[in-house]
Design a protein around this ligand. Structure first.
Ligand code: 5AD
Ligand code: SF4
Length: 473
């Protein structure tokens, strides 16, 4: 076992939080004639969405109902994201607007939580400039939420809980899932990689894995409830198991979940290329429930930039992994994240990224213009390229991907693919949308009763963002 600490919430601490949930429920029953309403909005990545589901689970236990409309809410909570400046600006804008809500409903509580709040300078700014915010807590305090809400409801002063801590793993808290047939399971928390541009290790703390038996039990329960797709979440799922007793790896965990009986599929994200092994690719090939799709963020196709980013792989090693996976599974697809305009990046570096995109033939790309994050190493690097130049490069990269994506979709025409129907398509009534195993978006004509079910769809036409099809059986 490594010297990493595995910190799980104790049974007493859990009991303590359940007692606070009961106390809050009692207060609310006396304060409101009807169940009070909560509005919880999670910004950013799936880890945040998944944390939001835990917060909603606790709120439901405390007697709250839920509303999408902030004007109807007695408790508003924004679960914030710090990954790029744009995400932070959006939160500040939204929080500013909540002043009106507070003016109209003096008794209401406004709360902020998540990654932004784990940064000292942000918490200070909220303290000083946003006096209408009553409750602030960071990612490290999620498991204490019932106690913090109790304090916000009963104390005359504002409640701030933003210190760094051991970042305990909370097992046994209630979850209120947003989806009825697709579910997220966090298998690990935090990140140890310190990519030089990224704020995540500073706001989510060190990497901690949940115990495999807890994860498998959660997955089994979801399958029992009828869930059809389970996505395993972590900042770097490939290093799952570090610090746990015994020999557990991500490959082993995948096999354990694959062994659960039932008709469901398994996805996972995010994979770090430095920890993605041939063994993992072999496991995906051998596990029939694991989707033939890997989200494998490359960030850049230039070795010089990859080194500055502290990514610990080269473009050659990345391309070798992709070749190995395609040889094992010809139908496998890849998606990726790319940062444009990292400090000191040149057009020559960008051309190397575009070349890599063409070689991998990504199914889809998430492209971001570099955003300087206070406290990271890259924030200290010289960044001479103008914003205007960076946005030209961004467009150049996107048009290269549009070409690759269209070719990819065209190759699906004529095939019959298994699709999990997600919901009504943007095309309008009468059309549903869903995804194949390899993550292609498929829009097809079907009745709404198919939503949440697997359907075989014959692909008839390719668009640039999706393919169209008809039910085959
Ligand atoms: N600027 C731009 N993009 C970033 N990402 C992470 N940090 C930054 C940043 N400072 C992107 C990376 C990561 C994705 C989740 O967000 O591409 O994979
Ligand atoms: Fe950020 Fe890198 Fe960790 Fe991903 S692996 S969360 S990009 S530091």
């Amino acid at each position: 076992m490594s010297n990493k600490k595995h910190v799980e919430m104790t049974a007493e601490d859990l009991q303590y939080q359940y007692e606070y949930m009961a106390k809050v429920k009692n207060i609310l029953q006396h304060r409101y004639p009807h169940p009070p309403m909560a509005h919880v909005h999670s910004f950013g990545c799936q880890a945040n969405v998944s944390d939001g589901e835990k917060i909603k689970g606790m709120l439901a236990e405390m007697g709250y109902g839920f509303t999408d409309i902030t004007d109807d809410a007695d408790f508003i909570l924004y679960n914030t994201c710090a990954i790029r400046k744009g995400a932070e600006d959006r939160v500040f804008g939204n929080v500013g607007e909540l002043q009106h809500n507070k003016r109209n409903r003096k008794e209401m509580i406004i709360g902020l939580c998540g990654c932004m709040m784990q940064q000292k300078h942000v918490a200070e700014k909220i303290k000083k400039s946003y006096p209408h915010v009553d409750l602030v807590f960071g990612t490290h305090a999620l498991h204490k939420f019932p106690q913090l809400l109790y304090e916000a409801l009963t104390q005359k002063q504002r409640v701030f809980c933003v210190e760094d801590s051991d970042n305990v793993i909370a097992e046994g808290l209630p979850i209120r899932r947003d989806g009825r047939f697709k579910a997220w399971i966090q298998i690990m928390y935090g990140c140890d990689n310190f990519c030089t541009y990224c704020i995540v290790p500073y706001v989510r703390g060190r990497e901690h894995s949940r115990r495999p038996e807890q994860i498998v039990a959660e997955a089994r329960e979801l399958v029992h409830q009828g869930y059809k797709e389970i996505t395993l979440l972590g900042q770097n799922v490939n290093s799952y198991g570090k610090g746990l007793e015994g020999e557990v790896s991500f490959s082993k965990l995948l096999r354990m979940i694959n062994d659960i009986e039932g008709d469901f599929r398994i996805r996972f994200m995010t994979s770090h290329p430095k920890d993605c092994t041939h063994e993992l690719i072999d496991t995906i090939a051998q596990c029939e429930k694991v989707c033939r799709h890997i989200h494998l963020p490359v960030q850049s196709g230039s070795n010089r930039i990859l080194k500055l980013m502290n990514r610990h792989y080269t473009r050659e090693q990345y391309l070798e992994l992709v070749r190995y996976a395609k040889a094992k599974m010809p139908d496998i697809t890849f998606t990726s994240d790319i940062i444009v305009g990292f400090p000191s990046e040149t057009h020559e570096d960008l051309l190397q990224t575009i070349d890599l995109i063409k070689q991998v033939e990504y199914d889809a790309l998430f492209t971001f213009i570099y955003s300087k994050r206070k406290g990271t190493k890259a924030a200290e690097m010289d960044d001479p390229v103008t914003d205007k130049e960076k946005s030209h490069w961004f467009k150049e990269l996107q048009s290269a991907q549009t070409e690759v994506g269209s070719r990819h979709n065209a190759a699906l025409v004529g095939k019959t693919l298994r699709v999990l129907a997600d919901g009504v398509a943007k095309l309008g009534k009468g059309y549903l949308t869903g995804r194949t195993d390899s993550n292609a978006v498929v829009d097809f004509k079907a009745e709404e009763e198919w939503i949440g079910k697997f359907v075989n769809v014959h692909i008839t036409k390719a668009l640039s963002w999706a393919v169209l099809g008809e039910i085959a059986d």
